[in-house]
Write a protein that binds this ligand. Structure first.
Ligand code: MN
Length: 424
């Protein structure tokens, strides 16, 4: 049996920061377009159900657009024999129950847990059985955990939780839950909505955020799309994200040290975007448009006309359209670090610390700097606010510490330099 799990869609919202004269219309790149592709994918994959983890509709104001899009999609899915099961999040606490009522009981659309009461829905395709447990926001803010008095009586078959909540934020006004609480429920997986960055869900640990269906601004970079879940022999056999969002945001770091001649930076940028395009194609990602946040770094060996590169520039690569959403430059001053390090001021001190990082691993001063930074990072990561972050384990590796020191140190050095000598 296959299921398609979908995180926050926010129907009614449009992506921002797309150039005015861009080749594709906003409406082709927004949540509604992502939802239509999701419906087609569910039909193509012959999935038994589509699960929606809340914030399906952006707000009450978007009832009509949300309703039209959701209704059209649900009609197409139910015609193909596919159930739609949803929970309401903090954005669609009123809209989603209204939609459910208007669509009616026989529409194939099931809203679970209305009024903040846990409910379950059973899906049985003859070969496999799965039960989906869901809870919906009863009002816009909920300061207690929806799991605090929940009871889940297990049956044979797979049991999955569908919930809109704030994971690991105990003071949150949006249904705070902890990983420990989710684990105690004894279900086989938790498909979560609310935070727009997806977790890396796996068959071993199918618990976490699905991420928003499509990234709507540069703060939501990388792959977005629904998750295809394959069930069989009483377990989750596969869970993978299908990156079908029509718009994707990516950061592009361009090192000017590697530049061979002064050439046209726009051409350098396009060449770099071409690399990205090849990588995306290799990973089967199929966005129609890519918004680039470009950062030029390094110490240019040649005169570079950064001003030639403009925000809003757009160009096609193959059948995808790229645009530059933002450009920033973090160029090292012409004067060398060695020269700066001779000074007896904060700028000199910072330059000599940066030079330490380039010394051999056996250097004692270098060791001391890295160990002291590492101790500081470890203490920070113990902090409650960061503890639930998935990637913390890698942040204290020696390479990660050096990278952070280099980035933060260079950035501070540039600011100090600019303060003293004006922008360069
Ligand atoms: Mn939300």
């Amino acid at each position: 049996m296959k299921l398609l799990a979908v995180g926050d869609i926010h129907l009614g919202r449009l992506p921002t920061r797309i150039p005015k004269d861009f080749a594709l219309a906003h409406s082709e790149l927004g949540p509604a377009a992502a939802w239509r592709s999701t419906v087609d994918l569910a039909i193509r994959e012959q999935s038994s159900a589509v699960l929606l983890a809340g914030d399906v509709v952006e707000s009450e104001r978007d009832f009509f657009e949300g309703f039209r899009e959701l209704k059209a999609g649900v009609a197409k899915l139910t015609e193909a024999g596919i159930d739609v099961v949803a929970v309401a999040g903090n954005h669609d606490v009123e809209v989603l129950p209204r939609l459910a009522n208007t669509l009616g009981k026989d529409s194939g659309f099931t809203l679970l847990g209305e009024g903040g009461v846990w409910q379950s829905h059973r899906i049985d395709d003859g070969a496999s059985q799965v039960r989906i447990w869901g809870w919906s926001f009863p009002q816009r803010t909920v300061r207690t955990s929806p799991l605090s008095d929940a009871q889940f009586d297990r049956n044979a078959g797979i049991e999955l939780g569908l919930l809109h909540c704030d994971l690991g934020q105990t003071k949150s006004a949006y249904a705070p839950v902890t990983r420990a609480e989710l684990a105690q429920c004894g279900l086989d997986g938790w498909l979560l909505g609310h935070i727009h960055a997806p977790h890396a869900l796996t068959t071993e640990n199918p618990v976490g955020y699905l991420g928003c269906l499509s990234g709507m601004d540069p703060g939501e970079p990388g792959a977005h799309g629904p998750w295809l879940i394959e069930l069989g022999e009483g377990r989750i056999r596969e869970i993978r994200q299908v990156p079908i969002a029509p718009l994707r945001w990516e950061g592009l770091r361009i090192d000017l040290n590697a530049l061979e001649d002064s050439g046209d930076l726009e051409q350098v940028l396009i060449a770099k975007a071409k690399h990205l395009d090849d990588a995306l194609s290799a990973h089967g990602a199929a966005p129609k448009a890519i918004g680039l946040r470009v950062k030029f770094v390094g110490r240019p060996a040649h005169e570079c006309a950064l001003a030639d590169c403009k925000t809003g520039v757009h160009f096609p690569i193959g059948n995808r359209h790229y645009f530059v959403e933002h450009i920033e430059a973090e160029l090292l001053p012409e004067v060398s670090l060695e020269e700066l390090a001779k000074r007896e001021d904060p700028l000199g001190l910072l330059a000599s610390r940066l030079l330490l990082l380039d010394r051999p691993a056996s250097d004692l001063d270098r060791r001391a700097l890295i160990e002291s930074a590492s101790k500081h990072f470890t203490e920070q990561l113990q902090n409650r606010a960061w503890r639930e972050l998935e990637s913390n384990a890698d942040r204290c590796s020696e390479e990660a510490v050096i990278e952070q020191l280099r980035t933060a140190g260079t950035s501070a050095l540039l600011k100090l330099f600019a303060q003293q000598y004006g922008a360069h």
